[in-house]
Design a protein around this ligand. Structure first.
Ligand SMILES: Nc1ncnc2c1ncn2[C@@H]1O[C@H](COP(=O)(O)OP(=O)(O)O)[C@@H](O)[C@H]1O
Ligand SMILES: [Mg+2]
Length: 411
């Protein structure tokens, strides 16, 4: 009959109270080694695998695994393991807090050791292959007061874990927990960024669709009616008797007004959805912006195309156009510039727009870093739009030195 082991929590007495110098050095060396190894990556699985390998090597364990704690269901499950069969891990499934040995270690937040795991009364389920293991150690992983998981290690021989191994693994577990926390935070951040990117992309496409719809409405309804009005006025003018000079003058005025309105509406339509962009491409559309906004405001423009114009991917094309639009609006609104150089550049796998003004410039960091107001949102939007398409946007400006915007987008 095998001896039934007496289960126990790690007694304080198993930790040597006054470790000798060699022991302290060994422990320090192990700590430094683990800290360096497990914090090298922010990938959770890499971190867990490295931590487990290190701890198993240090404690001379034959099997082991790290279970992660799932806060919502208050359960633990294996994420990485060694020397355990898949069946074993599947049978274990999810362990409730307080259940079995690992669940207890997690609940108490204290390491638990068993000298003969196969016969430990705290094991509540039949586990395949458990007979081959003897000593077992379950160490909770806690970082900044938060339970993150449990690390289990086990030996096949009856020697068990020496007291140094117990205290060594306990002190290492804090390092492991911090590394896990960092990796989890990083994963959560990446997930959030992906979601944010997806939302932004969706928002932009909805906005473009909406603009297209409004532009179409303006064109089909209002601009057609105004054109009709101008035609009718023309017809009435043609039938007026020669002596109706006053009426003729009034009608001419109305006609001029309706033509001006028509032009204004075309400008709005164009801003909403530049058909030139689809029909004639980026160069013509940016040139149109320069003529209609900069020249109109009395700013001299030099315009250049570098490389041979080609058709770009629609998203890249519209993004470059919107960015140029914002940059040009900013020049008219804020810069007091007298000259602007614009170039549209076509490279093999990307296209770029460079816009440079000789205006008063601004402190980029101050404006981009300010969070209290809406200020800087235009510039930020330009950057986001470029980065969403794997492009880059650089803003180069300093007070009284003018401003230069360089944007490049693959496509
Ligand atoms: N070309 C420019 N010349 C001078 N100042 C500029 C220029 N572009 C942007 N700025 C400054 O940066 C600020 C932020 O610009 P932006 O993010 O587009 O927001 P907004 O145009 O709504 O103010 C502007 O208020 C202005 O002070
Ligand atoms: Mg702006």
């Amino acid at each position: 009959m095998p001896r039934r082991s007496t289960p126990r929590s790690v007694p304080e007495s198993r930790t040597p109270e006054h470790p000798n110098g060699d022991e302290v050095n060994r422990r320090l060396a192990a700590l430094i080694d683990v800290a360096g190894t497990v914090s090298r990556s922010l990938d959770l699985d890499i971190t867990l695998n490295r931590a487990l390998d290190k701890v198993m090597a240090l404690a001379h364990a034959d099997a082991g695994g790290i279970l992660l704690y799932h806060e919502r269901s208050r359960t633990l499950s294996y994420r990485v393991y060694r020397g355990l069969s898949e069946e074993f891990v599947r049978k274990i499934g999810r362990i409730g807090l307080g259940e079995g040995i690992a669940g207890r270690a997690a609940e108490l937040r204290k390491p638990i050791i068993s000298d003969d795991i196969a016969r430990d009364p705290r094991i509540t389920r039949p586990l395949p292959g458990i007979e081959q293991f003897k000593a077992f150690m379950s160490i909770p992983l806690v970082a900044r007061g938060r339970l993150l998981g449990v690390m289990n290690i086990s030996t096949r021989d009856a020697r068990g874990f020496p007291p140094e191994a117990v205290s060594l693994v306990s002190s290492i577990s804090d390092q492991v927990a911090v590394a896990i926390e960092n990796a989890q935070l990083y994963e959560a951040l990446k997930r959030k960024e992906r979601t944010r990117g997806d939302l932004l992309r969706k928002l932009i496409s909805i906005q473009e669709e909406e603009r297209k719809r409004i532009a179409r409405g303006l064109h089909d309804e209002i601009s057609q009616s105004l054109t009709g009005l101008a035609f009718n006025l023309e017809a009435v003018l043609a039938t007026l008797p020669p002596d109706a000079t006053e009426t003729r003058g009034k009608l001419e005025e109305i006609k001029t007004l309706s033509i001006r309105m028509l032009e204004e509406i075309h400008r709005v339509i164009y801003q909403l959805r530049p058909s030139l962009l689809d029909d004639l491409g980026l160069v013509a559309a940016v040139q149109w912006l320069a003529d209609n906004y900069l020249e109109e405001a009395g700013i001299r423009v030099s315009f250049e195309t570098i490389g041979t114009e080609r058709t770009l991917a629609p998203e890249a094309q519209i993004a470059l156009f919107r960015i140029a639009q914002e940059a040009i609006t900013n020049i008219v609104r804020h810069s007091n510039a007298t000259r602007v150089n614009i170039s549209v550049e076509f490279k093999k796998r990307s296209a770029a727009v460079h816009i440079e003004d000789d205006g008063k410039g601004f402190n980029v960091e101050e404006i981009m870093g300010s969070r209290e107001t809406d200020r800087g949102l235009g510039l930020l939007g330009m950057k986001e739009r470029a980065e969403l398409l794997e492009g880059r946007l650089a803003i180069d400006s300093s007070p009284s030195r003018g401003t230069r915007i360089d944007v490049e987008i693959p496509g």
